[in-house]
Design a protein around this ligand. Sequence first.
Ligand code: SF4
Length: 376
Amino acid sequence: MKFVDEFRDGELAQTIARAIAAEARPERRYSFMEFCGGHTHAISRYGVTDLLPANVRMIHGPGCPVCVLPIGRVDQAIKLALERGVTLCTYGDTLRVPASESLSLLKAKARGADIRMVYSPADALKFAQEHPDKEVVFFAIGFETTTPPTALILKQAQALNLPNFSVLCCHVLTPSAIMNILESPEVRLLGTVPIDGFVGPAHVSTIIGSRPYEFFAEEYRKPVVIAGFEPLDVMQAILMLVRQVNDGRYVVENEFVRAVNRDGNVKAQQLVADVFELRKSFEWRGLGQVPYSALRIREPLAAWDAERKFDLHYRGVPDNKACECGAILRGVKRPTDCKLFGTVCTPENPMGSCMVSSEGACAAHYTYGRYKDVVA
Ligand code: SF4
């Protein structure tokens, strides 16, 4: 398949691996964080770490939208469906995220709540149009990639003056999370992780472009290489990061030139700016409260904002004490450091959010057997 097969070529991967091994200086260690769950998935699926020299280490970041969704937000969605009688529509991965009282949206559905999986926000809007007798809420999660479609349906709901539809908005922002990983007070509690550079998001960057990372690279003196989600993209990005570190450079480079430019999708950005505004603070699972890291629906669209419509108030809920998702999402620990990994906690029975989505670090390690040599 065009733009897929050529980025999975084994011989080319070996060639890039040899270049990384030749250029990585043996006297130093290189630690790079891949922010996105899509990269984590590709690294585990294609065994990218097996191709890297021992002194080049990949650290998993918090870029899996399901993994960073806090329990309190899932609780809000469950309560809407169970106690307020709404039809709740959301993406498939969200259904299995563990919430309070051993519940999840899927388990709430089993208790009789009307919860439906949709492939796009447009499906939720269509359902509301076709069922005027039902109160429909779209539970919107995700990074900058999934935000424009949510903005679009909010505009459409407004244009249609649709009274039985609203959005529970939990969209979050990438650059603020990357900054939080490096500078928040929790870093002192969980320990610091030495990060020499970042493999920057792929799909997110098609929307926001590479420009937003420039301040970050300069301010924190960390190189960023935006990369696609295929294994050769990731390998090439690692080589580019090794070169920047060796040269003492810290700039934003773009490996994913086939999809990302400096400015991103300006039309989508304008749409998002029209519909959403910054929240002062938002809780991320694993990162805690992160200032200016999420979006809320603007006042002119308040009638379609589920938080205002149903007068919802957020209540934070701590994670399962044994779950190490918080430390894993910050790159401080690995999935295999968690005592529950692969025993009590599996993709069929996730105890924490990192085991839910295929993009979660724990699920990726478990699914592709990357833990077996560690625990053997
Ligand atoms: S293995 Fe399960 S319980 Fe442990 S950190 Fe991962 S998701 Fe949390």
